[in-house]
Structures are given as structure tokens and as C-alpha cells.
Design a protein around this ligand. Structure first.
Ligand code: HT7
Ligand code: ZN
Length: 875
């Protein structure tokens, strides 16, 4: 693809006020008639060419104001249609295209998923349906007519409200017409047609509007949509209460499809979902699946205001809708469940995905300034770091000013295609503060590093905190400027309570937040009665790496006493990270792991046994940093085999030292309680399964793993037991895998878990297993969920095996991506994200990864998606 630059933004010369679409559905030859009411914008030169986007289209006919256009009046290729000299007044262009939905394996545009016709138009899929100004700042009112054989597609859906329907005289064909009164960009267009089952409910909005709620699923799956429906109603209520946002149409529909490139899509009034984020039953879905459904249902629903009513001016502003909507869904889930637990799990994801991305060749600003392929910018940086920036903004200006800023944003920009500058201006106005420096967060890639050094002067009763920030270079950005960083803090006194701080000088401190705005700042606290332990970046108040060299005793103290639960968890992570880095270095140098510190192990035992703490929190504290986290902390010359060994040794040391405590806790939790997918139930299972994971490493685990598997009445427990059996290579592993397959062979989403377990097993045979499973009858390269479960899990979630020293993991991923690319380039490109850390590897692996990246780069033809990822990886 051509480079697209933010600096080159220009509005279109023409507006398209209304779009009338007519779909005559047929598997291999669907006819699409698009009637566009086009108006030259003010200032457009008379007769300036009208250039419409297309992608692989076959033009059947084109007419202007009802008359066929002469051949010399336009040029059409599969990838564009230009009308040379359109009238200098409003006119109607009617375009007929023919498309082949059945052959569309890219899952962008109009395609079929197990017989259901569906669309995916974000980011640039609408141009695969008809020629259009396919960009988010062209807002039109859509009316959609769909016609199909009744037997093939009894259900016909599109955005908005259904206004007309009818059936042919012989009853074999029918049609429906849908009208969406809200102007929208083409990426929010959707239509669905097929033989689907309906789950219905309703919702009355705060102002009394009755909304018809519909979830469409494949026949037989009706029972598995109840949790999604419940999550939808809770989301609708929450958006009214937390943001004052009401739903605005008479009907809200969700359709679950099996073949989908991402999680879900927020098309106006007609969300289309990967069925993974709709369908759940206790026997087939884990607690993680339930929380995923709740979060994604909420996310897509919240887009109705942040994304649809207010959309993006251009794709550089993607974080305007995505970062904000992730922030909103995270807040929703925090309110529905446990705030600290949600925060910890979000930060784990942020670090694993976004920090890793930010530290490698694919790093980019939250608002990029150049792209070659927009589909590659639906990233952890745009989504997760984008959400962190909203949270940091709220911390900096305070909750009240933030709420006023949001109200102003909704008020001022409803119906607009807006920018990040528009958004920030609302908060600057609401808070009376200059937010120009905050924009730097959106423009600069890389994870800032905050160094903190504290000194206590007992005589003067003074605590001095020296803070400094730096940001490493990233592609195209060798030097960086400081950004405004909110550092939420407490000075923890000897009894575990925060000390009262009577006087402060130096950097701006508001309540419990230090505003670090310069490259370095000193904060002086006066009247500090005793030597405090600083607890910084509470609740992870900014997306930075905190470098504070606290002694082990201080960290153990925070783990035991900090009033901020996030920093209690963080203390354990920091202790483990320091030890694991040292152990990995020792192993890589041919030595053995140093012993795990006993005081740390005993602190973990204390937390595990602390009945005042909730189960979910205890589970999180017991989970060591991931191999990916440790690799990122090491940063260069990484040896993933050594990291895996160090982590395995530490887990075993903890398990051995605490076997009795863990076995006792495990057994006490084993009393049967009926399954409920709520926070309390999920927390209890998470804790018990974490204990089982430790016990699986010691003799106490032997009988317990099999029993856990056999007695499980839900997928969370059964999968945890299966994982423990397979990962430890236990005698019962093969039998459990066979049993699992047999039980769930009719449930593709459960079989995905069976693939994941085998693809993530810490065994040198895993790559052979993965290769073999690509030929399994339940596997299909055409289904993204299957591919992600096997190939994606192996390359992203099994670092030691993907990064095998012989390079075979790299070769496998490269070959798989090369094969996939002609069919589904978005999926191929996404899988190749696994190469994002290749430069941090030790020289042997680095050389092997580079060979594979170059092998991919040499393939012709190669999609723009894969060309972009591989090109940036190699740059
Ligand atoms: N806004 C949606 C993004 C999306 C997407 C992007 C590219 C290709 C396919 C896609 N499917 C969905 C999802 C969301 O953030 O809500
Ligand atoms: Zn989104």
C-alpha cells in the first residue's frame, strides 16, 4: 500500500448525503445497486473529478441522474471508479456491482460464514461491496433493501429500523428494507442474511424508550446467548448511569458468526460478533470467556456513542473511538466486578501486549502519523495504551472535570467526525488547564521510564523524592520529550497506614497525585514522622515503567501492608522479576538457578492463607510474571529457554515450600458449590486452579489433577486440570485429552481450548504436535478462531517453543503465514506480530528469525498487510 500521512488530510470534494443500497443475494453472484445522492462541497471546483474507492470490484453499470454514463465519462478498474467531470450541482450516481460472497475468504466486505451472509466494513471493507468515498469523514443516511430466497435466508437484517418487507407471489423469495436515520460513515454499514435463531428481550431507557433487543445465533445455540443478553442490558443501564448516554434506536441487534477476523464490530444498531464473544454455557465456556463476553458486549454497545454518534475524522484518529471505548468497557467491568482485580488483569494485558509492542520494531504512537495498511493499526497501542491515556487524563484533571469534559464532548461533537484535538479541547475547557503537553502522549511512541529515588532525613523529618522520566527511541523517533505523568502515591508508615503529609514543596502535588511534567523533578515532604516506604504509581496511574530500587524488605512490606491492592500485587511481581532475571542470566551462562528467597516464599504463603483477601486477588499474587514479561525486562540477548527454566524452577521451589499450605487451602475449597459465572465464583475457581497449578509440580498433585478433571462441572475447572496434566506430562494426560475431545467434539469453541492446551505445552515435541494438528479434521485454515487457537497460541503464548534455538518455530510460522496470505491477509499479518521481539533475541535465534522474515518478504505476490508488518519488522 501507498503511505498515508496525517499531515496530508483533506476533506473530500463531494459529500454523499444518502445511500440507497439494494442487495440481490446469491452465493457466487450477488448484485449490489448503490444509489448515491452526491453534493459538491462548498469550494469544490466545478466539474472536479469524483474519485471513488473500490477493491476487487466488478462493475455492471453506472448511471448519472438515471442516464447511463457514456464510456468516456468515467473510468472503472477493480480498485476505483472516477467520474471525470461530474455536474457542479447535486446529482445521483447509480452503480451496480457484482460480487462473489462465497469466494470471499478475507472476511472483509460481504462474505459467508457457514451459510450466513454477513459484512465487515471496518476499516476499508465497504469498497469491496460498491464504489464509494470509503473513509470515516463521509457521513450518509443509509436505506438498505435485501432480497433473497426465503428458504436460504429467512432472516434479512441491516442497520436501523425495518420499514418495509414483502414476499413474492409464489412465496419463494422475500425482501426487507431497513432505514438508519443517523448519518454514518461507510465502515459502520452492515447487513446480514441467513437462517438464524432469535433470542429476544427488551429494555426501557431512562427516558422511557422501549428497545427491542435481539441476538441472532445459529439454530441450537439459543440457550448459550443468555449471558450475552444479560451483559447487554447491564451495559445499557450502566452507560445511562455512568455517562448519561441513552440508546437511540427502537431496536438493537447482535448477530453471532463463526468466521470473523476480530472480536466484534459496532455497526450501527446491528453489531456483528465473533461467536466466541456471544456463546457461553458452564460446560463449554471458562470464566475468562464469560468476562470476555461481558467486556466485548459492553465495548461494542458503548461504541454507539463513542465511535458511531461521534466518529473519527480519519483513521489516524482511531484511538479517539477505540481508546475511549476500551476505557469505558474497563470501567464498566470494574463496576460490575472487583475494581482492583480488573485493574491488575488489565495491566497484565497492557504489559504483555502493549509494552512488548512498544519495545520493538512495530512500536507506533497511539495516534500514528503515517501508515501503509490501516488494518495493522488495530493494535494494543491504539486500544490499550489509548485507554490508559484517558485514565491518566482523568487522574490529572480529576473526576469532576473529566465528567464535565465528557459531557461537553458528547454535546459539542454529536454527529461529527472528530479528532483527538477536538476531544482534548473539551477537557482543557472543562478543567481550565492547558492540555497541549498531554497531546505528546498521543504523538510519541515508546514506554516512558520513571526513575524514583527516595531519601529520608530523620532529624529534619523530611522525605525527598527525586523523579525523572526518559523514553527510549522508537522507529522514526530517535529523541523524546517529557510527557505529563500522574504518579498516584502514598508514603507508607511503619504500621502500614499512609503517613499524613503536612507540607510539600517542589513538583505539583494535588491530593495523592504527583504531576510529573518535567524530565526531572524533586518533591519534598515535610513533617514525615518516620521513615516511609514510598508506594508509587498506585493503581498503575500511568502507562510507564517504574524504576525504583527498593530493598527486598521494603517490597515485602508493601506486599504485606500497602493500602493499595494494585501495589501489593505489584510488589510481588517486582520481587519475582528481579529474581527471575538473575536466575535466567545464571542459567543462560551455563549455571543453575539461585535459590528462591525464603522470605518471599513465606510472604506468598501468608497472602494465600489470608482469608480477609478475596480469592481472585490471592490467585493473582501467586501468579509469577510471564516468560514474555521477563524477556521484555531483560531486553536484549534474550534466551527464552533459560527464562522458561528459571520460571519453572521458581514455581517448583514455591510449590515445594508451600505444598502443605496449598494442599490444605485447595482441599478446603473443594466443597461443591453450584456454578455461577460471577466475580465471587470466578475468583474462587481462579484461586483453586492456581493452587492446583502449583500442586501439579509436587507429588501432592498426582491424584488431585485427575480428580479435578473428572469431577469438574464447568469448563474453567476442567480446562485447568487438563492444562496441568498436559503441561506436567502426567500419566493421565493422553486419556484426558482424548476424553476432552470426545466430550466437546461438537463444540468448536471448546475444541479451540483443546488446540490451545497442546500448542502451549512446554515440551520440545510441541511444534511436531502443532504441525500434526493442522491436519486434524476439527482444524480449518479458513476459520480465524481455529488458526489463532493453534498457530496463534503457539507463536504468541509459547515463547520457549516458538523461539526454539533451531529456528523451526520461526520457519513454521513463516510458512503458515505465506500459505494464508492469499486467502486472509489480515489474519496472516496478525499472526506475524509474533516476530515483534525478534531483535531482542540472542544472536543465534536472531539470525534464524531474520532468515524467515526475509523469506516472507521475497514472496510475490504478497499482500499489503503482510508486506507492511514484515517490512517494519526488518527495518
Ligand atoms: N471496531 C472494530 C474493529 C474491527 C475490525 C478492524 C479491522 C478488521 C476487522 C475488524 N473487525 C472489527 C472492533 C472494535 O474495536 O470494537
Ligand atoms: Zn472498539
Amino acid at each position: 500500500g501507498q503511505a498515508v500521512r496525517l499531515a496530508d488530510y483533506q476533506p473530500t470534494l463531494y459529500a454523499i448525503e444518502t445511500v440507497d443500497l439494494d442487495f440481490l443475494l446469491s452465493p457466487h453472484a450477488t448484485l449490489v445497486t448503490a444509489r448515491l445522492a452526491i453534493v459538491p462541497r462548498d469550494g469544490t471546483d466545478a466539474g472536479a473529478p469524483l474519485v471513488l474507492d473500490g477493491d476487487g470490484l466488478t462493475l455492471v453499470s453506472v448511471s448519472l441522474d438515471g442516464r447511463p454514463l457514456a464510456a468516456e465519462a468515467f473510468t472503472a478498474t477493480p480498485d476505483g471508479l472516477t467520474v471525470a467531470t461530474p455536474p457542479a450541482r447535486p446529482f445521483t450516481l447509480e452503480i451496480v456491482t457484482e460480487i462473489d460472497p462465497e469466494a470471499n475468504l478475507a472476511l472483509s466486505g460481504l462474505y459467508r460464514s457457514r451459510g450466513t451472509y454477513c459484512t465487515q466494513c471496518e476499516a476499508e471493507g465497504f469498497r469491496r461491496i460498491t464504489y464509494f468515498l470509503d473513509r470515516p469523514d463521509v457521513l450518509s443516511i443509509y436505506t438498505t433493501r435485501i432480497e433473497a430466497p426465503v428458504a436460504e435466508a429467512p432472516i434479512l437484517l441491516a442497520n436501523g429500523n425495518q420499514i418495509v418487507s414483502g414476499t413474492s407471489a409464489d412465496g419463494t423469495r422475500h425482501f426487507a428494507v431497513w432505514h438508519d436515520p443517523y448519518p454514518k460513515p461507510s465502515y459502520l454499514f452492515a447487513m446480514v442474511a441467513g437462517d438464524l435463531a432469535l433470542v429476544r428481550d427488551d429494555f426501557v431507557t431512562a427516558s422511557g424508550r422501549e428497545v427491542d433487543l435481539r441476538i441472532y445465533v445459529e439454530h441450537g445455540n439459543e440457550d448459550r446467548a443468555t449471558y450475552a443478553m444479560d451483559a447487554l442490558k447491564r451495559s445499557m443501564r450502566w452507560d445511562e448511569e455512568a455517562f448519561g448516554r441513552e440508546y437511540d434506536l427502537d431496536i438493537f441487534m447482535i448477530v453471532a458468526v463463526s468466521d470473523f477476523n476480530m472480536g466484534a464490530m459496532e455497526n450501527k444498531g446491528l453489531n456483528i460478533f465473533n461467536d466466541k464473544y456471544v456463546l457461553a454455557a458452564p460446560e463449554t465456556a471458562t470464566d475468562q470467556d464469560y468476562t470476555g463476553i461481558e467486556g466485548v458486549i459492553a465495548h461494542e454497545y458503548f461504541h454507539n456513542w463513542t465511535g458511531n454518534r461521534i466518529t473519527c475524522r480519519d483513521w489516524f484518529q482511531l484511538c479517539l473511538k477505540e481508546g475511549l471505548t476500551v476505557f469505558r468497557d474497563q470501567e464498566f467491568s470494574s463496576d460490575q466486578r472487583s475494581r482492583p482485580v480488573k485493574r491488575i488483569s488489565d495491566v497484565r494485558t497492557l504489559r504483555a501486549q502493549q509494552f512488548t509492542e512498544d519495545a520493538g520494531p512495530l512500536a507506533h504512537p497511539v495516534r500514528p502519523e503515517i501508515y501503509h495498511e490501516i488494518n495493522n493499526f488495530y493494535t494494543a497501542t491504539v486500544y490499550e495504551k489509548g485507554a490508559e491515556l484517558i485514565r491518566a487524563l482523568k487522574t490529572l484533571i480529576g473526576a469532576d472535570a473529566f465528567a464535565r469534559g465528557m459531557d461537553l464532548y458528547f454535546d459539542r461533537h454529536d454527529g461529527d467526525a472528530a479528532t483527538i484535538e477536538d476531544f482534548l479541547a473539551c477537557f482543557a475547557e472543562a478543567s481550565g488547564s492547558d492540555l497541549a503537553p498531554f497531546l505528546m502522549w498521543y504523538r510519541q511512541a515508546g514506554t516512558p521510564r520513571v526513575t524514583a529515588r527516595g531519601t529520608y532525613d530523620a532529624e529534619a523529618r523530611r522525605f525527598t523524592l527525586d523523579l525523572a522520566q526518559t523514553c527510549p527511541p522508537t522507529p522514526g523517533q530517535p529523541t523524546k520529550l517529557p510527557v505529563p505523568i500522574p504518579v498516584r502515591f502514598g508514603l507508607v508508615g511503619p504500621n502500614g497506614a499512609d503517613l499524613d503529609v503536612t507540607a510539600v514543596s517542589g513538583a505539583t502535588v494535588k491530593d495523592d497525585v504527583i504531576h510529573l511534567t518535567e524530565a526531572s523533578q524533586t518533591v519534598v515532604f515535610e513533617g514525615v514522622a518516620a521513615r516511609p516506604v514510598p508506594s508509587l504509581l498506585r493503581a498503575f496511574s500511568a502507562p510507564v515503567v517504574l524504576d525504583i530500587d527498593l530493598p527486598l524488605e521494603d517490597r515485602l512490606f508493601l506486599l504485606g501492608h500497602d493500602s493499595d491492592p494494585f501495589n501489593r500485587w505489584e510488589a510481588a511481581q517486582a520481587i519475582a522479576t528481579v529474581a527471575l532475571k538473575a536466575a535466567a542470566a545464571a542459567i543462560a551462562a551455563g549455571g543453575t538457578s539461585p535459590e528462591t528467597d525464603r522470605s518471599f516464599v513465606s510472604a506468598l504463603g501468608t497472602v494465600a492463607a489470608d482469608e480477609t483477601l478475596d480469592h481472585a486477588f490471592r490467585a493473582l499474587v501467586l501468579q509469577l510474571p510471564s516468560e514474555t514479561d521477563i524477556a521484555r525486562e531483560i531486553g536484549s540477548d534474550v534466551d527464552p529457554t533459560a527464562i522458561a527454566a528459571a520460571r519453572r524452577n521458581m514455581r517448583r521451589a514455591i510449590a515445594e515450600a508451600l505444598a502443605d499450605t496449598f494442599a490444605g487451602l485447595y482441599d478446603r475449597l473443594s466443597t461443591a458449590e453450584p456454578f455461577r459465572p460471577d466475580a465471587a465464583g470466578a475468583g474462587r475457581r481462579a484461586f483453586r486452579n492456581t493452587l492446583l497449578d502449583y500442586l501439579s509440580l509436587v507429588p501432592a498433585g498426582a491424584g488431585r489433577m485427575e480428580r479435578h478433571y473428572d469431577t469438574a462441572d464447568n469448563m474453567t475447572d476442567r480446562l485447568a486440570a487438563l492444562t496441568a496434566l498436559v503441561f506436567t506430562g502426567a500419566a493421565g494426560a493422553e486419556a484426558a485429552l482424548a476424553d476432552f475431545y470426545d466430550r466437546f467434539k461438537d463444540h468448536p469453541l471448546a475444541i479451540d481450548k483443546w488446540f490451545v492446551v497442546q500448542a502451549t505445552a512446554p515440551s520440545d515435541d510441541t511444534l511436531d504436535t502443532v504441525r500434526r494438528l493442522t491436519g486434524h479434521p476439527a482444524f480449518a485454515f479458513t476459520n480465524p478462531n481455529r488458526v489463532r487457537s493453534l498457530v496463534g497460541a503457539f507463536s504468541m503464548a509459547n515463547p520457549a517453543q516458538f523461539n526454539r534455538p533451531d529456528g523451526a518455530g520461526y520457519a513454521f510460522l513463516a510458512s503458515t503465514a505465506i500459505d494464508l496470505d492469499p486467502r486472509n491477509p489480515q489474519l496472516a499479518a496478525r499472526l506475524l506480530g509474533a516476530f515483534r521481539s525478534w531483535r531482542t533475541m540472542e544472536p543465534g535465534r536472531r539470525a534464524k528469525a531474520e532468515v524467515e522474515l526475509r523469506r516472507i518478504a521475497a514472496v510475490r505476490p504478497l499482500s499489503p498487510d503482510v508486506t507492511d508488518i514484515v517490512g517494519r519488522c526488518l527495518a
